[in-house]
Design a protein around this ligand. Structure first.
Ligand code: ATP
Ligand code: MG
Length: 444
């Protein structure tokens, strides 16, 4: 019985009182992406399993241990997306978007599924804001994508998040590097974890991304990819750094970053915080010049990143960042008696038509309890409609912040009169004035 009353391990509910935090992050991320010229793309939650095996890579943790593969009777098997890039690239190819000129720039906000050991900041269903850019080989594009990620983090108010960059080269320089790595790890073969012993033959670079403490220690003195880059890859990495400097974006070169997915080439990067414990990578991304061709498209350079929204929100909470407050009820119409109740229904309908957040009693509370409720939901104004008000055609509109009361007619002029009072109150509110003047200052 317990199972049906509990959410699956590693999943989260977002309750109504917390959802404004998600709105803040989703709104800032998508607005910033649109400003950078990215358009939203929406793709299915599940894809052919082979798509992920081919793109993410069959020696990665994601494919080896973390995929949720599902099937329905009589159907083939599918996999719940463990990340957003593979499905997005599949969609860009399948819908001919890549024939519409370059660069193509898309972003998404979506759920991902990985069968991992749940911990703070590590879930089985989590959410990513991500972007992909196709058709730009130049290092300016790498810097531009990094600048988008940085802008989102800045606008969320996050501080002290360090950008780490690295280059993992192209298939040519990597083949030399693989040889050197293999030689190095051969010496420790028996001490490596079982998974990494298998990786030694097929993809020794994956060992560098292993989460086991022992393997991490062994990897500490392994050869570094930066020493094996070919001239073109070196030049690309230099150009990336030049562009980041031009943009005033601080970075650190971290030769240990190889990323957990196989499709990366040249630039890889992570934004890392130390504020939420071990799962500190809030954003990871890089270039994947071979992926589009590998998935059946024309050879097209591309790059992107994924940002974990749960980790972002955790970091914002731990740093005390501001979330956009949820909108509060503008007017609550309290009523007593049949006539008052009917009038409340009519007026609330009209107010809502004009775009106001208006509420009235739905559960049959007494007048006192209605007033208490209006206060609890933070209504800005309250009107009480009883027999007297209906008969005289006039009621008192109470400003809940100042306590001030104004007479208001209950005829056709009601919504206009309320509108005037509502907006002049907003302008006289100090918080609102401060907000406007800070926006004006930002624009200077
Ligand atoms: P990690 O090294 O933390 O496992 P990863 O290399 O697997 O991360 P990516 O596949 O690059 O991560 O995904 C991009 C981002 O998505 C990560 O930087 C992180 O913020 C977030 N993310 C990845 N896996 C999870 C998860 N299981 N739960 C919550 N967020 C996640
Ligand atoms: Mg991972």
């Amino acid at each position: 019985m317990a199972a049906i009353t509990q959410r699956p391990k590693g999943t989260q509910d977002v309750v109504p009182s917390e959802v404004y935090k998600w709105y803040t992050v989703e709104q800032i991320a998508s607005e910033t992406a649109r400003q950078f010229g990215f358009k939203e793309i929406r793709v299915p939650t599940f894809e052919d399993t082979g798509l992920f095996v081919r793109s993410v890579g069959d020696t990665t943790d994601v494919v080896q241990k973390e995929m949720y593969t599902v099937s329905a009777t009589g159907d083939s098997t599918f996999t719940l997306r463990p990340e957003g890039t593979a499905g997005t690239i599949r969609a860009l190819i399948e819908n001919g978007v890549l024939n519409e000129g370059f660069p193509q720039k898309v972003f998404y906000i979506l759920s991902c599924f990985r069968h991992e050991k749940p911990q703070a900041g590590r879930l089985r269903e989590f959410h990513q804001f991500g972007c992909e850019m196709a058709g730009a080989a130049n290092a300016r594009a790498d810097a531009d994508v990094i600048a988008l990620a940085k802008s989102v983090l800045d606008r969320l108010g996050l501080k002290g998040i360090e950008l780490n960059i690295n280059s993992i080269g192209c298939p040519e320089c990597r083949s030399q590097y693989h040889k050197a790595l293999k030689e190095y790890f051969e010496g420790y073969k028996d001490s490596l974890c079982e998974t990494c012993q298998g990786r030694l033959e097929k993809n020794p670079m994956r060992i560098l991304d292993c989460k086991s403490q022992e393997d991490k220690q062994i990897a500490e003195n392994a050869p570094l990819i930066l020493d094996y880059l070919c001239d073109d890859c070196k030049e690309h990495f230099e150009q990336l750094q030049n562009n980041l400097r031009l943009m005033g974006i601080d970075y650190k070169i971290n030769a240990r970053i190889v990323r957990g997915l196989d499709y990366y080439t040249r630039t890889v990067f992570e934004f890392i915080t130390t504020d939420i414990g071990a799962q500190g990578t809030v954003c990871g991304g890089g270039r994947y010049d071979g992926l589009i061709e590998q998935l059946g498209g024309k050879p097209t350079p591309a790059l992107g990143f994924g940002m974990g929204l749960e980790r972002l929100i955790l970091t914002m909470e731990s740093q005390g960042c501001d979330f956009k407050k949820p909108e509060k009820c503008g007017i609550y119409i309290a009523s007593m008696g049949q006539k008052g109740e009917s009038k409340a229904v009519e007026l609330v309908g009209k107010l809502r038509e004009e775009g106001f957040f208006a509420e009235y009693d739905l559960v049959g509370r007494g007048l006192k309890a209605q007033m208490k409720y209006a206060d609890k939901i933070g209504a800005s104004f309250v009107v009480v409609l009883g027999d007297n008000e209906i008969d005289s055609g006039e009621a008192k509109l109470k400003n809940m912040r100042t306590g001030e009361q104004t007479d208001i007619k209950l005829d056709d002029s009601f919504v206009d009169s309320f509108s005037g009072i509502f907006f002049s109150d907003m302008l006289s509110d100090e918080n609102f004035r401060n907000m406007i003047s800070s926006i004006a200052k930002d624009g200077e």
